[in-house]
Design a protein around this ligand. Sequence first.
Ligand code: AKG
Ligand code: FE2
Length: 242
Amino acid sequence: KDSGCPDHAYKVLLFSQDPLVIYIPNFLTAEEADYLERTTKSKFTKSEVADSHGHQLNASTRTSRSTSLASDPIIRCIESRALSFQGFDTPRSHLEPLQLVTYGLGEEYHAHTDWFEAASQTSDAYGGNRQSSFFVYVAASSDITGGGTNFPLLDAPVDERWCKFVNCDEPWEAGVTFRPVPRNAVFWVNLLKDGRGDKRVVHAGLPVTSGTKLGMNIWTRERALHQTFRSDGADDEAFSEL
Ligand SMILES: O=C(O)CCC(=O)C(=O)O
Ligand SMILES: [Fe+2]
């Protein structure tokens, strides 16, 4: 256990076994969510996406704004939680810096996978491809409508207890849409056993039709990222100079 980190006695709900999708209520504490909201307010820039050649671009497919977080004690606790959730065998070096994403009215992220096709995005420096994703709903204004995360190829659940977390008004053909419930998270595995990307986890951040939404991506790579691409990269460099 990381000393000084809040105890995380959260429960989890298995959403899908194959692909593996797990729903996590209360992934963040109220204090962490507040902290993330406060400290990132002025930091957002237009989100970038990688094209099929691996070039970063400001595409109309992603109209949200995002920012990467440098490590600090609170961030480190969130990282530790994401790592221990995946078992003890995932080292911290496999984590990308946490990425906060904010959406205002009409902003969205069209259907995409978090895993990459382009070799330039899955190089050794990046630790290969993205093995898993957490999408965490950090905050949503009380008047939020829209802004769910839609997985068109997953089956919608049947039991109505899921309706707290998924939009049960959606037509069955639309797959499943997780609602932006603050502090909750969706976790899924991106890669098949053989390392190829799993197309079934394609998803979209649906347009926000009123209010605002703040989300967070936690991406775990297959292998260690080069130090300069890690949230604690700067610290490590300072260390190596000692
Ligand atoms: O905003 C969402 O609901 C999903 C965002 C997302 O999939 C991403 O940033 O990769
Ligand atoms: Fe995504």
